[in-house]
Design a protein around this ligand. Structure first.
Ligand code: HEC
Length: 117
């Protein structure tokens, strides 16, 4: 009986914690923006959340997004190189062939609101 009570108590605490985690929902993230920057662009259809940023980081480093499961965004956009690849001509892609360009540094991309490339 003593063990049944302990198991019940542990299960009840676990369920209570899990439910409160789920009901909380995504938490809004307000990024710190330097005073001399324009206001952070608002994205009503894709608001920035702590969970969204965590998901984006995981996807950025996930090699399963590539056709051969061998490269991620971070393979070319390396964090320790300002998210660039640090070479003149990149050959990191799936084909291994040299491109006529390199992977540029990625920062302040939130302010790119009129399309990439
Ligand atoms: C195989 C190397 C490689 C991988 C992997 C890669 N990129 Fe890039 N990325 C590049 C290159 C090269 C360019 C420059 C393209 C150009 O100038 O035409 C670029 C450009 C960009 C840009 C800049 C666009 C602009 O207009 O300035 C962004 C943002 C970007 N990549 C994000 C990503 C994300 C997110 C992923 C993963 C989903 C990713 N990249 C994966 C090589 C790569």
């Amino acid at each position: 009986m003593k063990y049944a009570c302990i198991i019940f108590l542990v299960t009840a605490i676990f369920i209570a914690c899990t439910k409160s985690e789920l009901s909380r929902g995504p938490r809004p993230l307000v990024p710190a923006v330097p005073a001399n920057f324009p206001a952070f662009p608002s994205m009503p259809d894709n608001p920035m959340t702590i969970e969204g940023v965590e998901l984006g980081r995981k996807l950025f480093y996930d090699k399963r997004l590539s056709g051969l499961n061998n490269i991620s965004c971070a393979s070319c956009h390396q964090q320790d190189l300002a998210f660039a690849d640090g070479v003149a001509f990149s050959n990191i892609g799936a084909s291994g062939k040299f491109l006529h360009r390199n992977a540029p540094a990625l920062f302040n991309m939130a302010w790119v609101t009129n399309g990439l490339f």
